[in-house]
Structures are given as C-alpha cells and as structure tokens.
Design a protein around this ligand. Structure first.
Ligand code: 1PZ
Length: 210
C-alpha cells in the first residue's frame, strides 16, 4: 500500500501531458518538472542508478539556469529556445557545451528510451524481466549515442532492476493492472512530446549537436 502523499509515477507522467500547447509548442516548465519527477523516481530505485540520475540532474540544472538567466524569456518553450539559440549563429551553437539545444537533445534521446521502456513494461508478461525490457529499450535508443564504458555501466546497473510486477508496484499507482492502464494513458503524451521535439530538431538540423 502506498503511504498517503507518497510519490507516484502518475503525477510525473502527467507533467508531460501539460507540455504541449494548442499550437503544438513544448513548454519547458512542465517538461523540466516531468524530468525532476523521473529523477526522483530513479533515485528511489537505489544507489546503483546514481551515475545516471547525476547526469540527468546536471542537464536539468543547465536548463533551469538558462530559464533564470538574463535571456530567460527565450526559454519558455523548445520552439522559442531553438529560434533564439540559432539566431546567434549555428557555429556559435555547436561550440557551446551548455547550450539549451544540445542539453535538451540528450534529454530528448532519453525520452525515446523511456517511451520504449514503458511500452515494454505495459505489454510485457507478468514474469517478464524488467532488466531485459530495459536493456532492449536502451539498445534500441540511447545506446547508439553512448561510448562503450557508459553502455557497459548502464547495462550492469539494469541488472539491479526488480521484477516487472515489483517495478509496477514501486510506481505507486495501485495494483499492476492499474499501473498498466495508467501507462496506456500516459505513453501517448510522452510520444507526442517526443515527436514534436524530433520534428523541430530535424527541421533545424540539430539532431547531431556535439
Ligand atoms: C529504470 C531504470 C533506469 C534506466 C535509465 C536508462 C538510461 C540509461 C542512461 C545512462 C546514462 C549514463 C550517464 C551519462 C551519460 C552521458 O554521457 C549522456 C550524454 O551526455 P553528454 O556526455 O553528451 O553530456 N547523457 C545522457 O544520455 C542523458 C541520460 C539521461 C538518463 C535519464 C534517465 C531517466 C530515468 C527515468 C526513470 C523512469
């Protein structure tokens, strides 16, 4: 049983629902708040995932610094961010290790992993191994952007994941069947954020920012 007020993955995934406006803009505030929730959830899974959450925290913090900075008004949505950062010239953008675009690109790629992983959990069998679902999703998405050592460390950490039913349980949305329903509702919102971002970045040739 979940303790009252306990952290539930539903709220996190709900944040992604609030990201997309009627004009199909992706708002950064709910985007980053969704990320904070994912990070908290990851941290609750144990210290083995510390190196992963650390990197995610660093990236979300870079984005919050942009939002609080002098040019903060340009960091309202992904669309306004791209327009602003490109206006300073593509060369300038490519040379900045802390640009909003290259930072969001990393989070964006991880969102594809999340989408595949949650879909794998949702459609998996009771006795499916979470670590296998996780590894398959990772290999189909993020792995190709990571050097060998990161792939190795990530794949090792995945072995620490609990069984599928136990994992659905720690999501704290009720019994496994209810968690599966919630995933069915939430995944399309993540897909939509992912799809819009992918299109935006492709349009401006930003999908390979170093
Ligand atoms: C439920 C189990 C959680 C598995 C998480 C799966 C993702 C594995 C990612 C491994 C990342 C390892 C640490 C650092 C990697 C960085 O090198 C890269 C590239 O950034 P750069 O070096 O270019 O600045 N960082 C990333 O790819 C971002 C990774 C974010 C991972 C977020 C995980 C979200 C977890 C949600 C849990 C439901």
């Amino acid at each position: 049983m979940a303790a009252a007020g306990a952290f539930s993955l539903r709220e996190v995934l709900d944040a992604f629902r609030g990201c997309v406006t009627e004009r199909r803009e992706v708002l950064l505030e709910p985007y980053l708040s969704g990320w904070w929730g994912l990070i908290r959830f990851l941290q609750s899974l144990g210290a083995v995932f510390g190196f992963i959450s650390k990197d995610a925290v660093a990236k979300v913090q870079i984005m919050e610094r942009h939002r609080r900075g002098e040019q903060g008004q340009h960091y309202e949505s992904l669309q306004s961010m791209v327009e602003f950062e490109l206006s300073r010239g593509p060369a300038e953008l490519r040379g900045r290790p802390d640009s909003g675009c290259r930072t969001v690109l990393r989070l964006h790629r991880a969102l594809l992993w999340l989408q595949l992983f949650l879909e794998g959990l949702r459609t998996g069998h009771r006795d499916s191994r979470t670590s296998t679902i996780c590894t398959d999703s990772y290999n189909a998405s993020l792995a190709k952007h990571h050097p060998w050592v990161v792939r190795k460390a990530a794949t090792l950490a995945f072995c620490a994941l609990p069984s599928r039913d136990a994992f659905l349980e720690v999501m704290n949305v009720g019994p496994p069947e209810q968690a599966v329903d919630m995933l069915g509702e939430a995944i399309p919102y993540i897909q939509s954020v992912y799809g819009i971002t992918q299109e935006l970045f492709a349009q401006h040739s930003l999908l390979d920012l170093p």
